[in-house]
Design a protein around this ligand. Sequence first.
Ligand code: NAD
Ligand code: TYD
Length: 360
Amino acid sequence: MKKKILITGGAGFIGSHVVRLFVTKYPDYNIVNLDALTYAGNLANLSDIEDKPNYSFVKGNIVDGDFIHNLFTEHKFDAVIHLAAESHVDRSISNPIEFVMTNVIGTVNLLNAAKQLWKTSNNQPHPDSHRDSNLFYHVSTDEVYGSLGNEGLFTEKTAYDPHSPYSASKASSDHFVRAYNDTYGLPAIISNCSNNYGSNHFPEKLIPLAIHNILHSKPVPVYGKGENIRDWLFVEDHARAIDTIFHKGKPGDTYNIGGHNEWKNIDLIMLLCKIMDKKLQREDGTSVKLITFVKDRAGHDLRYAIDSSKLQNELGWTPSLQFEEGLEKTVDWYLANQEWLKQVTSGDYLHYYEKQYISR
Ligand code: NAD
Ligand code: TYD
């Protein structure tokens, strides 16, 4: 029988790359993509694979526990790769409850449904399940570790110290996943990844927002002095890491994923401006003039940087792209997909966002 895998949040940025990789690389798996299609979810991200026989889409909300229970009863999933989340720190600052609902309650609903399907209440494997292959894979962020000073890297042993409502909600969901592993024996793996960039990224996050605004000659907002540091990983490298960990990782373990690619925000934006000038055939220095320093984000974490040596040494994964190459590829994708950009910004979202930074 074909292995049936539930991927949540598959219409979003990272989820769409994970769904595409699994659907095309594993024709023997049935992939079910569950997504509520919030502002960040977009089925156009998957238009090239939507007709594949091993792919199906279900629209639904992970916050609805009865719906999730019925979905698991109907499909009897062998494994879950959970990416659905509210993912933007600035939004979490203005509306934390939404993050608690999706990231915490939604995750616990999925854990309950998996526990119920894969085990009976006395901790015996469910007769319908393929116990050996059952896995709850929870996709998380390095932001749960808090903020670094100028030195050091996050390892799997770094204590959790989340600061933003987003990272607090992700940390909480990670703890619930571990609790279900420890208490009920639910086979679970967590990975914590650094900042991703690439195609299908909603233009509220730094890189796609800057590309969008430069393209339209609008101000590029840089928070504070632009001195905060992020460790950037190409999204397709993250999807490959998830594939590697899903197949070779040890249940009960955690894996850090990162690109050893630290950039100060302002240096990153300067590089992006240079690439955009070249691609748009504008005079050198045109885009830099759009840089606008705005009020800093509340509780802004100074630096994230990941030590991914466990994943590299134990499971053999390595990032494939240099940042300059990946960034250029990303810019090319946005310039070739301006219809996509127009479509996702056509609601009132960017309007709201612009209001937010223009009033700073
Ligand atoms: P995203 O915001 O682009 O996509 C999230 C997806 O989840 C969307 O398709 C949305 O429709 C769906 N969704 C949201 N709420 C839902 C709900 N209640 N029920 C069902 N579906 C819902 O996010 P992303 O950047 O692709 O992040 C995916 C996962 O990876 C998240 O768990 C995030 O915490 C984690 N992560 C992201 C990054 C990053 O740099 N973007 C880095 C590390 C980890
Ligand atoms: P973001 O892409 O929101 O990711 P995260 O907050 O999860 O790391 O932001 C990346 C960095 O860029 C972060 O230090 C905040 C900063 N930033 C800006 O300076 N301007 C912006 O308009 C945005 C969205 C982010």
